[in-house]
Design a protein around this ligand. Structure first.
Ligand SMILES: Nc1ncnc2c1ncn2[C@@H]1O[C@H](COP(=O)(O)OP(=O)(O)OP(=O)(O)O)[C@@H](O)[C@H]1O
Length: 325
């Protein structure tokens, strides 16, 4: 805000300057400060057609809007860590990677404001799980009215936070190693099932899993620690089976199949969501986990690379973020 002062005496000019500063402070305090961070290359880059609509929706006398387009990997994280605390609301737009960077930054700065997310990635498991409004106009209205929001648990795998899934097993790596155009046309879940069919001996991972109710030791090919209805585009859980803010993870550890018959039974159990009445996998809820192995294991978090560990501790931060939807 600019105030033009016309005055003849120095004293009067100084006085008016103080008034102007005071008005400026009041003006600033009363306005909601919004940071909009978006990944211009996420998904098919279609955010570009939506930008004008998004900026218009947040432009009003009640809001100050700062827009930031990410430049590279981890840019959203660094920008929010540096500036996020100055804003009442943070809205991010992109795919799983951008959402994960935003969540990591918000957890790091203990951000207490509400978050908004405009998904432009390929699969958007998270937005489907929290039943986010899919129509952009209505979603932007919801961001302004703030009537619809939800608290969400956030997980932490060693030093890295995740909002809907941490996974190990070479088949889970497809989520970040699959080329963008292939993900767009086929989706990740097809690759996960395809990957399971091509398991080799190298995919056998011997692990010890300590969780709230016990200890398991076995050979596995895939492990999923989730807080989501959807994984890889597939509806893994029924709505009444899970809650996204109960402080618990839903865990599925798929045993390494010993032959083609067992493999087919395992694939059948996964696609029919038979996680409980089967000896092909372990399924349980827990608040914490410690997973150890002799070999270093590659992890993915929210579909992105999540580190390589022999010893992974996983903790649930109940209702750690509030998201507008
Ligand atoms: N300007 C940019 N140029 C290149 N890469 C970027 C840029 N901005 C962000 N990135 C990186 O792009 C990667 C992918 O981003 P993101 O996950 O948001 O989209 P996506 O891969 O299309 O979505 P999804 O994971 O849902 O398929 C992330 O690692 C992110 O840090």
């Amino acid at each position: 805000m600019t105030i033009i002062i016309l005055s003849t005496t120095t004293k009067c000019v100084r006085f008016c300057k103080y008034i102007a500063i005071a008005i400026d402070i009041v003006y600033d305090i009363s306005m909601k400060k919004i940071l909009f961070v978006y990944n211009p290359v996420a998904g098919k880059g279609n955010i570009k057609n939506k930008l004008s609509k998004i900026i218009e929706a947040f432009s009003s006398d009640e809001n100050t809007l700062i827009t930031y387009a990410t430049k590279a990997n981890n840019d959203a994280y660094h920008h929010i860590v540096q500036f996020g605390q100055q804003f009442d609301r943070i809205i991010c737009s992109g795919g799983d990677g951008t959402l994960n960077e935003t969540i990591n930054a918000c957890m790091e700065i203990a951000y207490k404001g509400k978050l908004g997310y405009i998904p432009t990635g390929t699969v958007n498991d998270f937005s489907k799980s929290i039943k986010m409004e899919t129509n952009l106009d209505r979603l932007l209205d919801n961001f302004n009215t703030e009537i619809h929001f939800q608290s969400i648990d956030v997980g932490k795998l060693n030093e890295r936070y995740f909002v809907y899934v941490a996974a190990f097993g070479s088949v889970s790596e497809v989520s970040y190693s699959t080329p963008q155009n292939t993900k767009n046309s086929i989706g990740k879940v097809a690759y996960i099932l395809e990957g399971l069919k091509k398991l080799t001996r190298q995919d056998k991972i011997h692990m010890r899993i300590e969780y709230d109710d016990g200890i398991i030791e076995d050979d596995f090919c895939l492990g999923l620690i989730t807080n989501s209805l959807f994984i890889g585009g597939m509806n893994f859980f029924k709505e009444d089976e899970i809650s996204l803010d109960d402080g618990y993870f839903e865990c599925i550890f798929i045993k390494y199949p010993k032959g083609p018959i067992t493999l087919n039974q395992t694939l059948f159990d996964i696609t029919t969501r038979n996680f409980e009445n089967t000896d092909k996998m372990y399924a349980f809820k827990t608040k914490t986990l410690r997973i150890t192995s002799k070999k270093k294991i590659k992890w993915t978090v929210d579909g992105e690379y999540g580190g390589t560990y022999k010893d992974a501790t996983i903790t649930n931060y109940q209702k750690a973020i509030t998201i507008l939807k």
